[in-house]
Design a binder for this molecule. Structure first.
Ligand SMILES: [Zn+2]
Length: 301
């Protein structure tokens, strides 16, 4: 593991009247082939991003939105309930100190009002819950309302052999049982407002129920695009991860999203980029490019 990128700083940015804070769970390594599917390595690895084992260091980026409507946390990383075997197979950084680092950044668990899971995969929901000393699994954010989509939950519960391994029931079933997780019925391509200026936008492709989060304030827009666009390396609409269940829908939704993000100058937040939690997107002669968006404040953990 490269220690340079294994310690992402806490980054802060103003968006109108809101404050955006990027705090990641410690990251993991993904196989380059799985990360870029049918794209030849000669293309995705120039310049090189994989190590000699063909692994790519990836971030687990959460985005916190803070404003008059409260504190909203988008995505909760891998958590600390994984077995040793899961930690090994998924190559997760063993340091499980996300909640402490979140608190150090000023986001104590009991100050979070809303948790949005863009989908229910283990690497987006892990810190939703924690296991107490008595073995009971409880909400890590005791005051928060959690949100997911019904299509996502139904698929997770179906336990299809293709991807059942990616859904860990302890990350969401205890919250459904306690009534803390709300299940939304947002139509594909439609948006649903959760708080003033914060809406979920359902964009199938990676999974059937995946929802992006659109944040608006003072005439500016940001979007946590989730696994429709995992890193800045996936800007080409046809460069998909092999995990995607509906790849044609990913291509179509990504193309439309990128055109809109470029046209309307949206700040785009990536879930797995190890270096840049957010960037602007530009479209020039049909090609998409990214432009870094420096943080207004950056601090070591
Ligand atoms: Zn995913």
């Amino acid at each position: 593991m490269n220690p340079e990128i294994a310690h992402p700083p806490v980054r802060r940015l103003a968006l109108g009247n809101l404050e955006l804070i990027s705090v990641g769970d410690r990251g993991y390594e993904l196989d380059g082939g799985a990360f870029f599917n049918v794209v030849p390595k000669a293309m995705w690895n120039a310049p090189p991003i994989a190590d000699e084992r063909n692994l790519i260091w990836c971030g687990l980026n959460s985005l916190i939105v803070r404003g008059d409507a409260g504190t909203v946390l988008i995505e909760t990383g891998c958590g600390d309930k994984l077995t040793d075997k899961q930690m090994r197979n998924w190559r997760v950084d063993p340091r499980r100190d996300y909640l402490e680092r979140l608190a150090a950044a000023g986001v104590a668990p009991d100050t979070v009002d809303v948790v949005i899971n863009t989908h229910l995969h283990y690497d987006h929901t892990g810190w939703n819950t924690v296991r107490r000393g008595d073995g009971r699994v409880v909400a890590a954010f005791p005051r928060a309302r959690y949100y997911t989509q019904r299509t996502e939950l139904e698929h997770a519960r179906r336990r299809h052999p293709r991807d059942a391994v990616s859904f860990l029931a302890d990350n969401y079933e205890p919250l459904l049982a306690s009534g803390q997780m709300e299940v939304l019925d947002t139509a594909a391509g439609s948006a649903h407002e959760l708080r003033p200026g914060i809406e979920v936008l359902r964009l199938p492709g990676h999974t059937r129920g995946m929802q992006a989060v659109v944040i608006r304030s003072g005439g500016q827009t940001a979007c946590y695009i989730s696994d429709l666009l995992p890193t800045r390396w996936h800007l080409k609409p046809t460069w998909l991860m092999s995990f995607d269940l509906f790849p044609l829908e990913t291509v179509d939704n990504k193309q439309a999203f990128l055109e809109r993000a470029a046209r309307e100058d949206w700040l785009v937040a990536f879930p797995h980029d190890p270096d840049w939690p957010w960037a602007r997107v530009e479209q020039n002669a049909g090609r998409f490019a990214w432009r870094p968006e420096p943080a207004t404040r950056e601090s070591a953990e």
